[in-house]
Design a protein around this ligand. Structure first.
Ligand code: AMP
Ligand code: GLY
Length: 451
């Protein structure tokens, strides 16, 4: 049957990608689980050849060549990209973006996926983000900026409990205190002032949270599948905030048209505003949203892929990632680009070091990594890992690994991810046992009249 054979061949051939690329050499900047997920997705892209990462971690260096440079040293990043002949540099974390790594690469005429320092202010300064949202008419929590204890106390009292107090600068997701205890709220504000900072005090947003990553080229935008992140360290969303303890995607409980609403009410107005300020936004506009009883509200913007949501989201992406990010870097994104996704659900569970998030204890040897990775539909993505003198992989950060399971539904994806987690161990390892559990049991409720 010749027809059949032709179709099979066509399926195997790489899909024409958005900018008609030939092979590209790619360098990923960053050390974490998000970067490991990017590396895995890029390695599966037939257009990507010669994939490198700096600085990476023990898991990434098993997949590609890694380079030990300081990711925030703009000159070192440019020099490495030049040496490797990189045709696309993808910057993972916020710190190098805020340090101007993208600006330096652009000045050296090296295509970069990630915003300039000025555009990265959307994440680096919560007060800046609030100004953009106000100008662009983007729905968000009401907020007041406080620079001293008296202003903070007045703002807290005007909103009432529960109190939300945010450090204005970058704090790796840990600068936010949400509490019903006024003294605790005020004490957090005081700590920020003593460190020389200002705080943003907000009205409390009720309702489930959703992360939507929007790939932007300055003008055009394409959304990825929504994900949900689990910020607190302990089950049932208890304990302090962390960088994120797990994630899943897609979200079966979202109302129809949700992503379109995010694009129309949040992403495009924000892009237009950034353009009009002369600082167009290229990279991932990470929309952290709450679905409240009064509709969607932006909790925060980030200027990069989320971690660990990326580990779950990219596990499902079939569209070649390198082509998509190259199109964004070159300003050639197509708003109508239809991304292709696996039908399965992905659940990612983070395994963290003892004493995370306060002061993670490093150095413990990790066992069971290969056994976990050998399980069907399970992948192990490294974050804070390194190799010791004996060649063992050891704990080297707060969030150590994400184990991602792919399954037909949330229950099955959870079972896969947790089977992987059960195979891995080290002294003091901790993880949440309830990632995606409420969603799997149909227990996430969206307030009536929200849509
Ligand atoms: P942020 O660093 O702004 O993302 O905040 C970290 C986490 O604090 C969010 O993911 C929410 O869980 C929580 N949070 C932040 N702002 C609010 C708010 N206005 N109302 C309720 N929870 C919030
Ligand atoms: N998962 C939350 C973040 O990346 O900020």
């Amino acid at each position: 049957m010749p027809m059949r054979r032709d179709r099979d061949l066509a399926r195997r051939r790489p899909r024409p990608n958005p900018v008609g690329l030939s092979l590209v050499k790619v360098l990923v900047i960053g050390p974490g689980g998000r970067e490991h997920a990017l590396i895995r997705a890029l390695a599966a892209d037939p257009y990507v050849t010669d994939l490198h990462c700096a600085p990476g971690n023990a898991g990434i260096s098993r997949d590609v060549t890694t380079h030990q440079i300081d990711a925030q040293d703009t000159e070192a990043v440019v020099a490495l990209a030049r040496k490797l002949g990189s045709e696309l540099v993808i910057v993972g974390p916020e710190a190098p973006l805020a340090a101007g790594v993208a600006d330096a690469l652009l000045a050296a005429q090296i295509p970069v996926f990630g915003p300039t320092q000025a555009a990265a202010q959307l994440e680096a300064s919560k007060a800046f983000a609030k100004n953009v949202m106000a100008e662009a008419g983007v729905p968000t929590a009401m907020a007041m900026v406080a620079t001293n204890t008296q202003e903070a106390a007045e703002a807290l009292d005007s909103f009432g409990a529960p109190y939300v107090v945010k450090d204005d600068g970058l704090a790796a997701g840990k600068g936010v205190v949400v509490t019903s205890d006024r003294a605790e709220a005020l004490a957090h504000a005081q700590t920020c002032f003593e460190a020389g900072g200002t705080v943003v005090i907000e009205e409390f947003l009720d309702g489930p949270e959703v992360s939507v990553f929007v790939i932007c080229d300055g003008t055009h935008a394409v959304p990825l599948a929504p994900a949900q992140d689990f910020k607190r360290i302990f089950d049932n969303d208890e304990g302090p905030n962390t960088g994120g303890m797990g994630a899943y995607s897609p979200l079966p409980w979202l109302p129809a048209g949700f992503v379109d609403e995010v694009m129309d009410r949040v992403a495009y107005p924000t892009l237009r505003d950034m353009e009009s300020r002369g600082t167009p936004f290229t990279g991932v506009l990470y929309c952290g949203l709450a679905i409240t009883s009064r509709g969607i509200r932006v909790i925060e913007f980030n200027a990069r892929f989320g971690d660990p949501e990326t580990q779950a989201v990219l596990a499902r992406l079939k569209t070649p990632l390198g082509g998509l990010l190259m199109a964004a870097a070159k300003g050639e994104l197509d708003d109508d680009e239809q991304l292709h996704w696996r039908p399965e659900t992905a659940v990612g569970v983070v395994m963290a070091a003892e004493n995370y998030p306060e002061s993670p204890i490093k150095g413990a040897p990790i066992t069971g990594l290969d056994a976990a990775a050998a399980l069907e539909d399970v992948s192990v993505l490294h974050a804070g890992t390194t190799t010791n003198a004996e060649g063992e992989i050891i704990v080297d950060g707060g969030r150590v690994l994400a184990v991602v399971g792919l399954g037909a539904d949330l229950h099955s994806a959870r079972a896969k991810a947790y089977a992987g987690v059960a195979a891995i161990s080290w002294d003091g390892a901790q993880h949440r046992t309830d990632i995606a559990l409420k969603a799997a049991n149909g227990q996430i409720n969206i307030a009536e009249g929200t849509h």
